[in-house]
Write a protein that binds this ligand. Structure first.
Ligand code: GRF
Length: 211
């Protein structure tokens, strides 16, 4: 699911087009002129434009769920989908066997730092020396679902904001590749941390940890 430029979506589409173990069944987009829809088309993947009409997000989410269920997808990857999903939506995707909703998001910061919007700008303005991206499971709490993977990069003092952000985007692309590398090999399990939070880990078929 994407909303705009679709650079993360493109990396996923490209990877799936080269890897017989992966298939992107469809791309859902809430913005009509989004480049993400064109990219899906270029890769021969059906793009569904499902907007919010008359501020009725619940009707939009019902349509999205219908499309996802008809396609029997195993995973839903958010790749720059710029709308907060409701708890009902997340619950509707719950998978008993997995023990969670197989809904994945990439967030452009090392969570729990800089959640919400404008993470690159906020981190840059704050003066961080290391920044990065997080792939996490989506729960009802914004940008606070169990963390699965993180990847960091260094901020160079001379970097302009644009350079900082571009490095960040490249880093995000790398992280989604890493996610897919692990996904084709193993499964995702939820484990409790010592502070009773949940974290997500990749487990390989031989029981070793991925990531
Ligand atoms: C990315 O930085 C993503 O993490 C954030 O929005 C941006 C989308 O970029 N949520 P793109 O559409 O994948 O190029």
């Amino acid at each position: 699911m994407a909303s705009g430029r679709g650079s993360n979506a493109e990396k996923i589409l490209r990877r799936a087009s080269l890897d017989p173990q992966l298939e992107v069944s469809l791309l859902i987009c809430d913005k009509k002129d989004a480049n993400a829809l064109t990219l899906a088309w270029n890769y021969g993947v059906k793009g569904h434009f499902i907007p919010v009409i008359n501020k009725d997000k619940s009707a939009q989410e019902t349509k999205i769920l219908e499309v996802l269920k008809n396609a029997k997808v195993d995973w839903v990857l958010l790749a720059g989908y710029m709308r907060i999903l409701s708890e009902d939506f997340i619950k509707a995707l719950y998978n008993k066997e997995k023990g969670f909703s197989p809904l994945i998001n990439i967030h452009p910061s090392l969570l729990p730092s800089f959640p919400g919007v404008n993470s690159y700008q906020n981190a840059f303005d704050y003066g961080v020396k290391v920044h990065g991206a997080t792939i996490h499971l989506v729960t009802g709490e914004l940008d606070a679902g169990p963390i699965l993977l993180q990847e960091s990069y260094k901020r160079v003092n001379e970097d302009t904001f644009l350079e900082f952000k571009n490095k960040g985007l490249e880093n995000e692309h790398k992280l989604y590749q890493k996610f897919l590398d692990n996904l084709v090999k193993g499964s995702i399990k939820l484990v409790e941390t010592s502070s009773k939070r949940m974290q997500a880990i990749f487990v390989n078929p031989d029981g070793s940890f991925g990531g």
